[in-house]
Design a binder for this molecule. Structure first.
Ligand code: SDX
Length: 429
């Protein structure tokens, strides 16, 4: 196997180095391309472009493989927890008892927001989208820790990461309570990460939310399955901002904004809205599938398709099983689940989807679980953001720890007007 690629340009041959990943992915390193040939590459949507080398997450889209630091998602979802998996992603190894205890304690100690943050919540209208609040409040929270605002530094990384991972949950719960005109419920040290989030969301001053183990486990699994996914749109955004040496909270706030889009993390909200529309229309989904195939309809089968997975998203498989188990345990039947299953069966028999290798992705069934947990649909993408936070933090750390890290600054091919003079307004046609 050659470790160079030859490029023929204008009668000359250029050799470019070939890079192999630890899973034998191949890449042509083009770092010298412009200097040696004057050419750049062009790749709309970066479908063929690696922006970095990373040791965090591996995906094989053709085989439907997802591994965090080499460990299969199937094993982690069965044997690990969100916080243990967060430690694995951020620090590279599964923690021992002492490390997990220290990490968990750091999260507990940093769960509260600065008390003055409450005034910021007062400034949002009741119908403000919680993703807008989340991105704003992550940045606002950093203002109360001057050390956070400065240039990213390694010495303070652990406390900054713990504050962010812990407080993203508190901000999310506070925004939900505010939107419903409910009193704020503060984090309780007695509760672990996911249980504490449910407490802050659903407890009342006069009684704590009844934490059913299967409910806590289902939400913990949702967080774990969303924890990282190599260079997706929001993680690539976090790396873009981190490359300028901005602080961790600024990077995370940017990641929240990128995740919000309906083609990315906003899809879980869009899936439920799609299923509700189908349910209310009385259709079995057939009309919707026809519309999703029609380019002029502007509709897509939300929760289907993926830039990398050209096979079933392994997370969707796990969530689908968890969905059935949770609804059976809670004795809940959700007509939207039946519609989702019908849509999946119909789509996977339809050549339009099969020929384009469009399968259910992580967002297709996750909303059904969140509905069963009582989480309102406008909070679904916020749940995704909480889950993705360890991945964003891990990618930030990878740049922070890289002494050769450079600012991300893509090139472009200019297609605008060529040279022309300024024309005074009286002379313009
Ligand atoms: C996430 O990157 C990640 O890892 C993301 C994520 C993560 O964990 O971070 O996995 C989370 O964002 C999952 C994706 C959630 N989004 C959706 O479910 C929205 C619906 N899906 C599509 O918008 C689309 O599939 C994307 C955005 C997910 C992927 O888009 P691509 O890779 O740019 O693919 P494409 O638009 O070029 O589609 C190729 C073809 C097109 O048809 P043709 O031009 O070939 O005729 O497939 C069609 C598309 O029109 N197509 C769909 C479709 N998805 C693609 N047609 C109908 N319904 C769909 N859902």
């Amino acid at each position: 196997m050659s470790n160079t690629a030859n490029l023929e340009l204008e009668g000359k041959t250029y050799s470019l180095p070939v890079v192999s990943g630890s899973e034998n992915e191949k890449a042509i390193a083009i770092g010298s391309l412009r200097d040696t040939t004057g050419y750049i590459t062009l790749d709309d949507g970066y479908g063929n472009t690696g922006s970095c080398s990373s040791k965090i997450t591996f995906i094989d889209g053709e085989k439907g493989i997802l591994r965090y630091r080499g460990i299969p998602i199937e094993e982690l979802s069965e044997k690990s927890s969100f916080i243990e998996t967060a430690y694995l992603l951020i620090y590279g190894e599964l923690p021992d008892h002492a490390q997990l205890r220290a990490f968990s304690d750091l999260l507990t100690q940093n769960a509260n927001l600065h008390e003055d943050m409450k005034h910021h919540f007062e400034g949002f209208p009741p119908n403000a989208h919680p993703m807008a609040i989340l991105s704003a409040m992550i940045n606002a929270s950093s203002c109360f820790y001057p050390g956070l605002m400065g240039r990213a530094n390694k010495e303070r990384f652990d406390i900054h990461a713990a504050r962010l991972l812990s407080q993203v949950r508190t901000i999310a719960a506070f925004s939900y309570r505010k939107s419903r005109g409910l009193p704020t419920m503060y984090p309780k040290p007695v509760y672990k990460y996911t249980a504490n989030f449910l407490h802050m969301m659903f407890s009342e001053p006069y009684q704590d939310y009844q934490l059913k183990p299967e409910v806590v486990k289902a939400l913990d699994l949702i967080f774990l399955l969303h924890a990282d996914h190599e260079q997706n749109c929001s993680t690539a955004t976090v790396r873009m901002v981190a490359s300028s040496q901005a602080n961790l909270f600024a990077c995370a706030a940017a990641g929240v904004c990128a995740l919000w889009g309906p083609l990315h993390g906003g899809a879980n909200q869009a899936v439920i809205e799609m299923l509700q529309d189908i349910h209310e229309s009385g259709d079995d989904g057939s009309r919707f599938i026809q519309a999703a195939k029609d380019k002029n309809s502007g509709q897509k089968l939300m929760g289907f398709g993926h830039r990398v997975y050209k096979n079933y998203d392994p997370r969707a498989k796990i969530i689908k099983v968890a969905c059935d188990n949770l609804l059976n345990t809670l004795h809940v039947s959700d007509p939207l689940l039946d519609i989702a299953k019908h849509l999946e069966e119909a789509a996977l028999r339809d050549d339009y989807f099969v020929s384009r290798k469009l399968y259910p992705n992580v967002d297709f069934y996750s909303g059904i679980i969140m509905r069963a947990l009582g989480i309102p649909v406008e909070m679904f993408t916020v749940i995704f953001a909480i889950g993705r936070m360890p991945g964003w933090i891990a990618n930030f750390k990878e740049i922070l720890d890289d002494p050769k890290s450079r600012i991300y600054r893509p090139r472009q091919v200019y297609q605008g007007p060529t040279l022309r003079p300024y024309v005074s307004i009286d002379q313009r046609p």
